[in-house]
Design a protein around this ligand. Sequence first.
Ligand code: GCO
Length: 455
Amino acid sequence: MIFPENFVWGAATASYQIEGAVKEDGRGQSIWDTFSHTAGKVAGGDTGDVACDHYHRYHDDVRLMRELELGAYRFSISWPRVQPDGSGPVNPRGLAFYDRLVDELLAAGITPYVTLYHWDLPQALEDAGGWAERDTAYRFAEYAEAVHAALGDRVRDWATLNEPWVAAYLGYGSGVHAPGRRDPAAALRAAHHLLLGHGLAARRLRDAGAESLMLVVNSAPVLTPAQVNDPSAVPGAADAAAAHRVDALLTRQFLDPAVHGTYPEEVLEAAERNGGAAHILDGDLELINAPIDLIGVNYYNPCVVEAGPGEPADAAWPGSEDVRFRAADAPTTAMGWPIVPDGLSRLLLRLSEDYRLPLMVTENGAAFDDVVEDGHVHDDDRVSYLEGHLREACRAVEAGADLRGYLVWSLLDNFEWAEGYRRRFGIVHVDYATQARVPKDSALWYRDVIRRNGL
Ligand code: GCO
């Protein structure tokens, strides 16, 4: 199975998950610093204080990327390094880190893909209401413009937000992520303001000459239990309606406004039932509907639902009170996430059809309980996860999806948010006591995939 010519192969990370150095060179505090230092929020009491120490080891990490023959590296910028309080003049020492990183990548022949927001909101902005407040969207656009002014002479590929669904609903709805608020109305407002920030930033970047802009979403096919192993299964009307509603909240809530300039009805209804929709102003949809060049898709597993009364744990899904979330009949990763590779082809084909834009898999990967044996990590389970998903990505291309690239999550084991360091997603193992990096078997396997441009 061979991928198209010029297919982009790479890996992804995010600032708070790998950088460490949280107090260095004038970096301000982010909501993830506050959250991880609050007892009971993160497994094992882990924090991103040191993480993979990438801030100091980026030179070696780029060399490792080159050894793995990556063509692209997607990383995110820590907003509080650039603007410690989230607004006002930039902190040159913070920006200088990304300047060095970009130069190092280019010297290694690796294309930088910059994500402007991967969840580390400056705490000062959260203290003023965070994403639940409209003002944060305007601050984000200013910050985006400042980063582009510093790196735009060398960086061609830009992503505004990473997974606004997670930032809004896990951050402000279920409270499992920073800032840990549990308020469905705030979550719905946050989702809208994230989108507004995306649109405002995308316009400013475009005006400043950015060549390629994308919005990165977490997306998944929403299936009924029978559809997991049988794509042709026809669900009953109530189950189909439940799946449709969850799809509106997960995927259409973000891509419809960004690509078509419309909101799905279900989202407006959810807002009406949770504090109202007064935060959606006339003209907002036009602002959100800024032209983008491709959609970044983060896929891990399908979402499986059926009709029935929801549970309180589903606070992340306001407007789906009549939906029951189910486990899939499939093997799982160490996260407990079902492994359903053909969910990726179903997703890519559906997004192609509905949004008619080029796509890039900006994250895909899995956590397993890796062990180092004699200096090796024989992570066959990860190789088979990646191989299965790449096979499906290739099938989607053959069936007509305009897929431009694939970025594995993640380059390194890292701080897995509320799960701390106990979940390892890297193709490179990190020993947190010594910071030693050991490429796992999956990394060497992936290098061969890149060499062959296929399987
Ligand atoms: C994600 C995140 C990553 C996670 C990964 C595994 O965008 O969800 O981008 O930060 O670590 O998804 O959960």
